[in-house]
Design a protein around this ligand. Structure first.
Ligand code: MG
Length: 445
């Protein structure tokens, strides 16, 4: 197996990984769960949640063991997925509340916008959370259609369960009920959340059936398993893990429906299907939050449990069955990877933080040399990963950074900074260079 570096990618692509010009561009389906933890799937080792469809998808495709989001919270994570850029560059650093004026800046190019010149039909089904004022809606950002909620499912008086958010709501009495939208119209308010996964699945499979004659991009960011949890009658009370398990098992059913529809329409062998989560589990929800498995902490933190999530990709005939990819990768890699497979152009003049991981997806390489990932809470840099090492920057200047060997110590238990001063120095140099060259995005409003 060769090692992937930025320099070695071009010849690898030239050696047959790039699509031939006469091929119909592949369909792209990205399913994004909300707050699903690293340990919440059967194939990720959960002892009592059953996920037969995702487990099968992993057996027939590739499962990543070190796959990252760019942020441990909803809006910045989604902005990074859809632009291939760090939140600090694309300008979405924090979660957008219902009273926010802003969204993903118009200067950014979304994956849907980048695919449009290649003739793609595009649909967003589910939670958007990149700005709910008209100019920021999915229909203005490259998606032909949208059915879903504009922000999180707990962002209204009727659904809020978080004490801090409830206090903020009191200062914003203008906040309305949770809207369910089709295109740019509100079609319902405070929808029955137990029906959302089922309704999204029906909408998504209909889009697949109706788009069978042209390449399509389906972005399916589920509302679940973000709090408040809700499952339909068919799944409620059925899991050994309680309501959280019911919700995840319904999401798994949904993945099975998407895959079945692709197979029935004979589209599966020309479709790259990716499943992942926008951030780690919401641990403050106690039993109603998910599990990061052996990783430390969860959502909203700079620890691995906040950033590292399940990721499975399938493309029968192209991705070898049963592959386990242990090289680090991130949601930001999907943007350049999808563009390469679609034969689409990357936006000019925009620095991408992801890279084309087609060779990793297709099992041509197994390692990645120059990976570096920066961790932000808002715009605050809290760490960097390079190779197996992660340097965690302290919250207060008086404290020292900590160093973890993530491949020996995925739970971040043993600080190796004292024993490895050379590694600390090398990672600090990466941070210094990053800070020196960073051009931050506009301030978030
Ligand atoms: Mg989330």
């Amino acid at each position: 197996m060769e090692t992937i570096t930025r320099r070695s990618l071009a010849p690898l692509m030239a050696a047959g990984l790039a699509p031939r010009p006469d091929w119909r561009p592949p369909n792209i389906v990205i399913i994004f769960a909300d707050d699903l933890g690293y340990g919440d799937l059967g194939c990720q080792g959960h002892p009592t949640i059953r996920t037969p469809h995702l487990d099968q998808m992993a057996r027939e495709g590739v499962r990543f063991t070190q796959f990252y989001d760019a942020a441990p919270a909803c809006s910045p994570s989604r902005a990074a997925l859809l632009t291939g850029r760090l939140p600090v560059r694309n300008g979405v650093n924090n979660v957008l509340n219902p009273w926010a004026q802003g969204g993903l800046p118009a200067e950014e190019t979304t994956l849907a916008e980048a695919l449009k010149p290649r003739g793609y039909a595009t649909a967003c089904v589910g939670k958007w959370h990149l700005g709910h004022r008209p100019q920021y809606l999915p229909t203005r950002r490259g998606f032909d259609s949208w059915f879903g909620i504009p922000y999180s499912n707990d962002m209204s008086k009727a659904t809020a369960g978080n004490p801090g958010f409830i206090r903020s709501l009191e200062q914003h009495p203008e906040t309305g009920p949770l809207p369910l939208m089709r295109g740019e119209r509100i079609v319902e308010t405070e929808p029955d959340q137990s029906q959302l996964t089922r309704r999204y699945t029906e909408e998504a499979t209909r889009f697949i059936r109706e788009s069978a004659n042209r390449p399509f991009f389906l972005y399916l960011p589920h509302a679940m398993p973000h709090h408040p949890l809700a499952a339909s009658e068919r799944f409620r009370g059925k899991s050994r893990r309680g309501l959280y398990g019911d919700v995840v098992e319904e999401l798994d059913w949904s993945v099975g429906e998407i895959r079945r529809t692709l197979r029935e329409r004979k589209l599966d062998t020309n479709t790259l299907l990716v499943f992942s989560s926008d951030n780690g589990p919401w641990l403050v929800k106690n039993e109603e939050g998910g599990s990061a498995g052996l990783l430390r902490e969860g959502k909203g933190t700079h620890w691995e449990g906040g950033f590292r999530v399940p990721a499975i990709a399938a493309w029968p005939g192209r991705i070898p069955a049963g592959l386990t990819a242990m090289a680090p990768a991130s949601t930001m890699d999907l943007f350049p990877t999808v563009l390469a497979q679609a034969g689409a152009e990357a936006p000019a003049g925009r620095m991408l933080d992801g890279q084309d991981i087609s060779p990793l997806l297709f099992g041509r390489v197994s390692t990645r040399e120059d990976f570096a990932l920066f961790y932000y809470g808002g715009q605050v840099l809290r760490g960097v990963r390079a190779g197996p090492w992660k340097l965690v920057l302290p919250a207060r200047a008086v404290e020292k950074p900590a160093l973890y060997h993530l491949e020996h110590d995925p739970s971040e238990k043993y600080d190796r900074a004292g024993a490895e001063p050379g590694v600390v120095e090398r990672l600090q140099a990466i941070i210094a260079e990053h800070r020196r060259t960073l051009v931050p995005g506009p301030p978030q409003s």
